[in-house]
Structure formats: C-alpha cells, structure tokens
Design a binder for this molecule. Structure first.
Ligand code: ZN
Length: 138
C-alpha cells in the first residue's frame, strides 16, 4: 500500500473566509502516485473546517448569514469561552461545518459527484493555519 502526507497552509486576510482547495488536494493526489484509494483532508485547528459543497458565491453568502444567525461573532461577552479569547463563535461554526472530508481516488483522480468541491472554511483567520492531506491506496 502506498501512503503520502502533505500539509497545506493558509493565512486569510479576513476573520471568516471560504477557500476552494480542490486544486491543491488534486495536486497532492497526483504527486502521491496513488491510482485507487482514499484521501483524508482535515483542518488541524479547532476554529476552521474542511467540507464539500458547491463553489457558488450566493451559497457562500448564505453560509455566512446562516452561521452568523446560529453563532454570531458579537457581542463577544455572550459566550463563556470568551474570557481570554474572542473566538467562541469560530469554535461553534467549525463544529457545524465539520472537521474533515474523505474522498475516493479512482484512476488517480478525485472521484466526485456533480458540483462537489472541497473547501477550507476559516472562522478565526488572519493567522497561519494548516490542513492535513493524507493519502492511502495503491
Ligand atoms: Zn478559543
């Protein structure tokens, strides 16, 4: 069995940002030489997510509004976590958007359904954060 590991790094300019990381993940899969297997992609931080959805700007605005409705960033003092930090909302947003995705690799490429794309969801950005890409197969 082959295996490979990559770490992608991101530093967003905004506190919250969604980034399509499908090209980077596809590049990792191609470099691994794995033709048939699985790729795990997970955020290595508890205030960021990796998830699969559509790369459509209206939907991304809908995610922002929906998440702000569920766990508004402000006022900071509405959260017990915000004694030494101000990122309780980011922990909650990350939880509902998920930690990781697993995608099948078939014939050396990501075996997606229609419109599926992999996103990095940053909820407490403006600092360096990492995403793990782990590939296994043959
Ligand atoms: Zn925190």
């Amino acid at each position: 069995m082959k295996h490979d590991r990559h770490v992608l790094t991101f530093q967003t300019t905004k506190r919250r940002q969604l980034i399509n990381i499908t090209p980077q993940v596809r590049d990792c899969v191609r470099k691994s030489g794995v033709q048939h297997g699985l790729v795990l992609v997970n955020a290595m931080h508890i205030t960021a997510s990796v998830f699969i959805n559509d790369d459509e700007s209206g939907l991304h605005q809908d995610f922002e509004a929906w998440l702000e409705g569920l766990a508004p960033e402000k006022p900071y003092d509405r959260y017990r976590h915000n004694t030494y930090e101000d990122n309780a909302d980011a922990h909650l947003k990350r939880t509902i958007m998920g930690r990781e995705v697993v995608v099948a690799i078939t014939d050396g490429d990501l075996d997606f359904g229609p419109w599926e794309q992999i996103f990095y969801g940053e909820f407490d950005g403006k600092r360096k954060k990492r995403v793990l890409v782990k590939i296994i197969g043959e």
